[in-house]
Design a protein around this ligand. Sequence first.
Ligand code: SF4
Length: 453
Amino acid sequence: MSEAKPKTFYIKTYGCQMNKYDSELVAGLLRQHGVAAPEDADVILVNTCAVREHAEQRVLGHLTQLRLHKQADPARKIGVLGCMAERMGDDLIARRPFVDFVLGPDGYRKLPALLGFDEQPEWEENAEDRLETYTDIFPAHTEGVAAWIAVMRGCNNFCSYCIVPYVRGRERSRPAADVVKEVRRLAEQGYLEVTLLGQNVNSYWDGEHDFSDLLKMVASVDGIVRVRFATSHPKDLSDKLIDTIASEPKVCNHVHLPVQSGSSRILRLMNRKYTREQYLERVERIRQAIPDVALTTDVIVGFPGETEEDFEQTRSLLEQVEYDGAFVFHYSVRPGTAAARLPDSVPREEKIARLEELNRLQKKISLKKNRALVGRVEEVLVEGPNRKRPGQYIGRTETNKIVVFSPTRKESRQGLVRLRIVDASAHTLFGRELDGAEGETASAVAVAAASED
Ligand code: SF4
């Protein structure tokens, strides 16, 4: 029998967008129960990340703070979810004894029963199934205009520095029809944009459809005006996929294409399965097919054995590609990975110096690229008010650049609006509504484009 007293829960999320999606999935599993602040909740869940040592240290620090909530109410349950829970298992409970349970990314179906929220669920026998895709669970998406959807889980690539294949298991894709069903439901709820998520999303294969097919199917859903995806592996970025991005108007002209290093020698040690030259060839192919594309990337500096010369090659690659944005990290050892067996040879200060150098370089490039947009008219999907500056609103261009503007008309506060870019910083564009005749011209262009569809 379910207990009479309504239960409440609180979820704190660390890490990547996949983890944020998983928290929405967990909230979906517990949807008939209430959300509460941590000090009032019957259950506190911490969804963790194991990708970098720093992320794990932050989680351990946060858990120490949660001890007070446990002391205030010993009946309150504290659970640790996600990649760190999978990696550390009971060792985590030994280090933080007030934690009641740990549950890895494939075990969330067990949660309602484990918490005593519900009777044993009918699908408990699937719990901890390494082929888990949660395809029958509808997540409690956060409010807004844009939602994220995991279309696949796990990874087969075993990049030598990465813990993901060990904690999230092998790659498996959800059936395309199920993804489309979820997207339709989101469209009915008023979402305008979806981002298809996977650790290696462009190797999606459900036995019948590849990722290009899936993009087209999702883009055909009425009500959805933009489709994004993350994250792509360069070795799986096919010509077919590039041509689909180019030809499908709803698929945004933005490709996040992690390079990790500009040195083919380091890429081999990282087990990335492409060379600098092969990566640059893909970049050229993308830019030929989609001239207005925005490219972003991830970089790791200070990988074991990275020399000054290797680093210089990464620096020169950033200069050559001129990304719109780059996330630069310094290498941290992940126990159990192949790279953990290599000597961590680059001193910490040197790693930080290399990271800062790349960040300075990228900031200059981002500023240059954003300034080149000043004077242009961009179509912006409005996300809502700017919480930091009353009166201002925030939206994104198709190329995923943030635009801040002050709407004077009600119709500019939601949906797609066309804005003239009037200023730019390295991370933000500043826009204004089109006035008078130019607004009418833009509307006419938009109507003409819509009627061509
Ligand atoms: S592609 Fe490489 S870096 Fe990305 S999740 Fe898989 S193993 Fe990790």
